[in-house]
Design a protein around this ligand. Structure first.
Ligand SMILES: NC(=O)c1ccc[n+]([C@@H]2O[C@H](COP(=O)([O-])OP(=O)(O)OC[C@H]3O[C@@H](n4cnc5c(N)ncnc54)[C@H](O)[C@@H]3O)[C@@H](O)[C@H]2O)c1
Length: 329
């Protein structure tokens, strides 16, 4: 299958590109390189540089690649920034995704996957979140993605596109063969920041809140290895739903790990403790969030291969070391 990854030069998109190649598919990448990097695109893979808000350029790339299916990953991804610059998020994530959905529908793309997020659920009362939990985002990032979901459903309904929305929980780790990983500058994701501390690029990891009602007092989140997430995209396309239908699947393991557990996993891999600093709680951080992925397992037959915190931490750290040892990676 010829699968165009819009935003495919970023962390998750480049990981999906490698996964698809491994599985005998043909990925292509369309990206404006605003946060992504050309080196992240696997050698020999079709690449077009462009902004996904430019329907004419996108449509030409879809045609040139003879696209069967599209995965829309292109977005701005910093929750904190979305609070201070909401317009940027509604423009880049929502308005431009509208152009992507419309352009793909008009170009006859049969199968479509949209990268959504657990942020659409906000701060639910339930710890284990399934797809029926009400969507009540608490920041512009979550709103920008939820608005995109509504638009995709309506456009798929009238165009006949088979659409799948994947709501990712906390994506972490790197390709086990270290062909790609997270290059994000000034990242705020816990495991990326911890890997930077472990690799000596930051002095310590801040732990925000140690008095939550969780077993060790720190926040619990559901971390999913990026290559298991890549598999979910492949399954969404190779086991599509019905024409005009939009399916929604949560992507995570259902277990959840606390910040302290993540810190301890780094300590085990490093053979010495990770430097940390206890800080007050941040406003808006829920105590514990975990993903119920029963639907993804049941309907798409998703079976994760890397569901261990140790693997996530080891691959994240090995990737971080590779990044610093090989400038320009
Ligand atoms: N990383 C996570 O934990 C996480 C969790 C939930 C959802 N997501 C979603 O996954 C997707 C990918 O995230 P990521 O972590 O790989 O981020 P990333 O910043 O590494 O990748 C985003 C890619 O999109 C490109 N891009 C951005 N705006 C564009 C535009 N207007 N036109 C063309 N290309 C554009 C960037 O250059 C980059 O290559 C995003 O949609 C994000 O919201 C990520």
């Amino acid at each position: 299958m010829r699968i165009m990854l819009i935003g495919g030069a970023g962390y998750i998109g480049s990981s999906i590109a490698h996964h698809l190649l491994d599985r005998g598919h043909e990925p292509g990448v369309f990206d404006n390189l605003s946060t992504g990097s050309r080196q992240a695109v696997p050698p020999g893979v079709f690449f077009a540089q462009g902004d996904c808000g430019d329907g004419t350029t996108l449509s030409a790339a879809l045609k040139a690649f003879r696209t069967d299916a599209v995965i829309q990953l292109a977005a701005s991804v910093r929750v904190e920034e979305s609070v201070s610059e909401p317009a940027k998020y509604y423009f880049n994530n929502t308005t431009k995704s509208l152009t992507v959905f419309d352009t793909c529908a008009r170009s006859g793309v049969a199968d479509f996957v949209f990268s959504s997020t657990a942020a659409v659920y906000g701060e639910p009362d339930t710890v284990l979140i399934d797809e029926q939990v009400p969507t009540v985002p608490v920041n512009p990032y979550g709103h920008s993605k939820l608005a995109s979901e509504f638009m995709l459903k309506d456009i798929a309904r009238v165009s006949g596109m088979r659409a799948t929305i994947l709501r990712y929980f906390n994506v972490a780790g790197a390709d086990v063969k270290l062909r790609t990983g997270q290059r994000t500058k000034e990242a705020t994701h816990l495991i990326k920041v911890a890997a930077e501390v472990a690799a000596g690029h930051r002095p310590h990891l801040d732990i925000y809140g140690t008095d939550y009602a969780t077993p060790d007092g720190t926040c619990v989140r559901d971390y999913i290895h990026v290559m298991d997430l890549a598999l979910a995209h492949e399954l969404a396309l190779t086991k599509p739903g019905l024409p005009s239908e939009t399916r929604i699947f949560n992507c995570g393991y259902g277990t959840g790990n606390s910040v302290r557990e993540v810190v301890n996993a780094f300590g085990e891999v490093l053979n010495h403790p990770l430097a940390t600093r206890d800080r007050p709680r941040r406003p808006g951080d829920a105590a514990a969030l975990a993903c119920n992925s029963a639907k993804l397992k049941r309907e798409l037959g998703w079976t994760p291969n890397h569901a261990s915190l140790k693997t996530i931490v080891e691959t994240a750290l090995n990737w971080e070391r590779k990044l610093s040892a090989t400038p320009g990676t």
